[in-house]
Design a protein around this ligand. Structure first.
Ligand code: BES
Ligand code: ZN
Ligand code: ZN
Length: 507
């Protein structure tokens, strides 16, 4: 297997846009900025080609738009790519991340091997370190392609993208470089999360996920990894994860990653818990056939947890962490759990299964309970948990639920900083009442309405008394239509940047 996945590298350099030899030179353009020294001088060198384009209306610099210009040797770059940034007053860091993604996306589409992004009239007091990080994240995000199983392709992708962020100020370049280093660590990990999610169920099943986790933990200092197989799960009475996974061809795994920051005095560990259903067929409560293949993305939460753990160790963040990944395949089989079954979860609470397709909460409640036994006082779980959350929010934002306002606020701030948006949804007793059991302590589904909220309430019962937040990332498990304009369809590795920025904000 495994052909190529494009190798991307980013660096910063002091350079003049007219002189850099590159397949593509890219520059951002605001729609409402009339005078720009760098654009005007570029326009003059290109005999007015840019102003002409604007005049005839082919390029209005709307956010998300772009256009190639061929330079005919007038500048050193073969092609100039103008990237629309929209209105300056509306621009935030996500505007620049997307613009960089668009540049890399278009460059890879034309099989360019080199891309130079030029900073245009940046103020000298701008936060260049942050900008370097943001642009590096964008370049990796837009340049990524998932093609490891394509053996017969006629379009012959270049396989590499060497990107430069160019500025005319040396002090800006120094700061950009610092940010790029951080951005590349985050973005490479995020792209690997995308690859894990894009891999289908016959390739990436629980033991393979566990092998990937072990390999990462082995390669990064400060990270360790323990794996429980199905026998161990049964022996330790981790009954939820075992019930969901036991019938499948590929048996379940519980993956426990630990990161201990060096040289810091012992801090209370924080737990990240991820749902990793490597394929969700629904089980005996089988899903309809249409779109079922998309359920290979049902391990997005687990992938985000794994790759965030790697980033935390690589960036040497000063927070003690556990990453708990509940990996199982949900499929019908002679040994599968059945509707009506009553299972005993790791916590000891019993649950009546009314629908085997509501399996995420059943594996996660064990992961959350494990976090408590590991003395974690703060727990964040990520899961592609409910279709109802997609109905509520569309594919644009993840649902955020929490029993603690301070935690929710800092996750919302991290969402802004990372460009991975969340929206708060309700957590409360009325939803918990819906999943109270009659013949067991609880049941695994609530009423017909508000399914994202009753699912969150179910998890909240297991998280008590910890400070807890739950991210229902079903809406963002793959690229939305707007994202497909600057990135490959398929997984977007949602959660990696969000969790990373959250952890970076914890001191
Ligand atoms: N993995 C699905 C949720 C999902 C649906 C994620 C669509 C992304 C897109 C989850 O395991 C599931 O099947 N949930 C059920 C719950 C229901 C049976 C109460 C759902 O949402 O339909
Ligand atoms: Zn399901
Ligand atoms: Zn699922």
């Amino acid at each position: 297997m495994a052909k190529q996945i494009i190798k991307i590298d980013v660096k910063a350099k002091k350079a003049d846009i007219a002189r850099v030899k590159t397949d593509v030179a890219a520059i951002g353009v605001f729609s409402d900025v009339k005078k720009s020294a760098s654009l005007d001088s570029l326009d003059a060198k290109l005999a007015g080609a840019i102003s002409r384009l604007k005049k005839i209306g082919d390029f209005k610099a709307a956010a998300g738009s772009s256009i190639f210009l061929y330079t005919h040797g007038k500048i050193a770059a073969e092609r100039l790519l103008l990237i629309g940034l929209g209105e300056k007053k509306q621009a935030d860091s996500e505007t620049f991340r997307r613009a960089a993604a668009k540049a890399a996306f278009e460059a890879v589409n034309i099989k360019a091997k080199t891309l130079a992004i030029f900073l245009n009239d940046e103020k000298s007091n701008a936060d260049f370190e942050k900008l370097g990080q943001t642009l590096a994240e964008g370049i990796h995000f837009g340049g990524y392609r998932y093609d490891e199983f394509v053996t017969q392709s006629s379009d012959g992708r270049s396989g590499v993208l060497s990107a430069t962020i160019a500025s005319d100020s040396q002090s800006a370049v120094t700061k950009l470089s610092k940010g790029i280093k951080i951005g590349q660590i985050i973005a490479k990990a995020q792209n690997f999360a995308r690859t894990l999610c894009n891999r289908p169920g016959n390739i990436l099943y629980p033991s393979e996920f566990a092998a990937a986790a072990r390999k990462i933990a082995g390669a990064v200092k400060g990270l360790s990894c323990t794996i429980y197989d199905d026998k161990k799960l049964a022996a330790k009475k981790i009954g939820g994860l075992n019930a969901v996974g036991r019938g499948a061809t590929h048996k379940p795994r519980l993956i426990i990653l630990k990161y201990a920051p060096k040289g810091k005095k012992k801090t209370e560990p924080l737990a990240l818990v991820g749902k990793a259903i490597t394929f969700d067929s629904g089980g005996i409560s089988l899903k309809p056939a249409s779109d079922m293949h998309e359920m290979k993305y049902d391990m997005t939460g687990g992938a985000a947890v794994l790759m965030t753990m790697e980033i935390a160790a690589r960036l040497k963040l000063p927070v003690a962490l556990y990453g708990i990944i509940c990996a199982a395949e949900n499929r019908p089989d002679g040994g599968s759990y059945l509707p009506g079954d009553i299972i005993t979860t790791y916590s000891g609470k019993t649950v009546e299964i009314l629908n085997t397709d509501a399996e995420g909460r059943i594996v996660l409640c064990d992961g959350i309970h494990l976090a408590k036994t590991l003395k974690c006082k703060t727990i964040i779980d990520l899961a592609t948990l409910t279709g109802a959350c997609v109905v509520a929010l569309g594919k644009h934002k993840a649902g955020l639920f929490s029993n603690n306002e301070k935690l929710a606020k800092s996750i919302e701030q991290a969402a802004k900083d990372s460009g991975e948006p969340v929206w708060s949804l309700p957590y409360g007793q009325e939803y918990a009442d819906e999943i109270k059991g009659k013949i067991a302590d609880m049941k695994n589904i609530g009423s017909k309405w508000g399914g994202a909220c009753s699912a969150a309430a179910f998890l909240g019962e297991f998280a008590k008394p910890a400070v807890w937040a739950h991210l229902d990332i079903a809406p963002t498990m793959d690229a939305s239509e707007p994202i497909k304009k600057y990135a490959e369809p398929g997984s977007i590795g949602f959660g990696v940047r969000l969790l990373t920025e959250f952890l970076r904000s914890q001191k």
